[in-house]
Design a protein around this ligand. Structure first.
Ligand code: PLP
Length: 387
């Protein structure tokens, strides 16, 4: 049997012979009850008690002062950048190995994503390469650091905790500090992931979470901006609610706001989901062990594991093919597809997308070498039946 077939067999032994999608939501809690409460109360839209309860539960779980529920994770990123002062024409550092939303949020503001390399330990932003690149391109003037190659202001950096594995935040925080960059974390994939005991998304000025249908918990569609800063949280709530000044009947808006609030129906789903988060986390941890046992001895690659000092949520299980088995990837994906196994490659690296072909970039050799080696495996929590 070919190595690709052996991997398919091993995967079917873990997920069951009928296969499994990459990630399905699991609704085994109070979802219907809370949705019914919304409908009975008529509060289904962007005002309602479930939104406030969900924001409170989120903030409590993450250990952050404020959570502002919004329409999706991309909107949370866009608003976070906007309220922390990123302006049109600024450059914002973004890893090339992330979901396209990270760069799109920058682009929506008229700012320009500047792509960075990633490391093998966590697929996250590589701090050493980042610092070396800044030493090469950053020059200081009275208003802050500029890119001396483009003349544009270097405004912010958005590390992504890829597949839930925390980035090396200690060193990234230090770089952001040294180069006066606003730090916004893309924690869309990392609810339930901790770096040295602190939840991801609590290291910068603000962070974005996502509750899209494929994330570790879902609200259908949705996201949240989290921050410890009262002024930022207040501004985020205001600007995502069309910048309407509070008044019992008058419509007065003091800036151009967005309609980005999360509807109450979605928050109700989220409340039921967050109650089940610890069970999902346990299931994903068990799933990693099953995959590790199943592929042990195949000589095809290794499962990505949480970096030292971190606790990963293992949102998406990740097989890193060995250098000499990377050539099997297309074959593996095609066979998996035939067997209804939802395996997936890494995102196309963002700097190689036509829309971002002109964006500035650091040397990206590591990301380019890693990209062909990454395969995500089916990761739904319900693959492991609850105890
Ligand atoms: C899902 C995701 C987003 C965007 O979240 P949406 O809720 O889909 O808008 C942003 N960044 C990363 C890394 C994601 O995985």
């Amino acid at each position: 049997m070919s190595l690709a077939d052996q991997l398919i067999d091993a995967t079917l032994r873990v997920v069951g012979q009928s296969g499994a999608p990459l990630h399905e939501p699991c609704f085994a809690g109070n979802e219907k009850r809370y949705l019914e409460e919304c409908i009975d109360s008529t509060f289904v839209s962007s005002v309602g008690p479930h939104v406030e309860r969900f924001e409170k539960e989120l903030a409590r779980y993450v250990g952050v002062r404020h959570a502002v529920a919004v329409a999706n994770g991309t909107a949370a990123l866009q608003v976070a950048l906007h309220i922390t002062g990123v302006k049109s024409g600024d450059e914002v550092f973004v890893p090339t190995a992330t979901f396209v939303a990270t760069a799109n949020a920058v682009t929506y503001l008229g700012a320009i994503p500047h792509f960075l390399d990633c490391g093998e330990v966590n697929l996250g932003l590589d701090p050493d390469a980042f610092r070396a690149w800044l030493a090469h391109i950053a020059e200081y003037d009275s208003s802050g650091y500029r890119n001396r190659l483009t003349g544009r202001r270097l405004a912010a950096v958005i590390p992504t905790h890829v597949f839930g594995h925390p980035c090396d935040m200690e060193r990234i925080v230090a770089i952001a500090h040294d180069f006066k960059l606003v730090l916004i974390e893309d924690a869309a994939e990392s609810l339930g992931s901790f770096y040295r005991g602190y939840h991801t998304g609590t290291f910068g000025m603000a962070a974005a979470l996502s509750f899209n249908g494929n994330k570790i918990i879902t609200t259908g569609g949705g996201g949240a901006l989290i921050t410890n800063d009262f002024a930022l949280a207040t501004r985020a709530k205001h600007i995502t609610t069309t910048a309407k000044k509070p008044h019992p009947w008058a419509y007065e808006h003091d800036e151009v706001g967005y309609n980005f609030r999360m509807p109450n129906l979605n928050a109700a789903l989220g409340l039921a989901q967050i109650e089940q988060l610890s069970g999902f986390l346990d299931a994903k941890r068990t799933l990693l062990q099953r995959y590790k046992n199943a592929i042990a001895g195949l000589g095809i690659g290794t499962m990505l594991e949480e970096p030292e000092g971190t606790t990963s949520n293992y949102w998406l299980q990740t097989l890193l093919l060995d250098r000499d088995t990377a050539s099997l990837r297309e074959d593996i994906l095609a066979r998996a597809h035939e067997k209804r196994i939802g395996m997936r490659p890494l995102w196309r690296l963002l700097h190689s997308l036509p829309v971002y072909s002109k964006s500035p970039r650091a040397p990206l050799e590591r990301a380019e070498a890693l990209e062909p080696r990454v395969i995500n495996l089916p990761s739904s929590p319900q693959i492991i039946p609850p105890k």
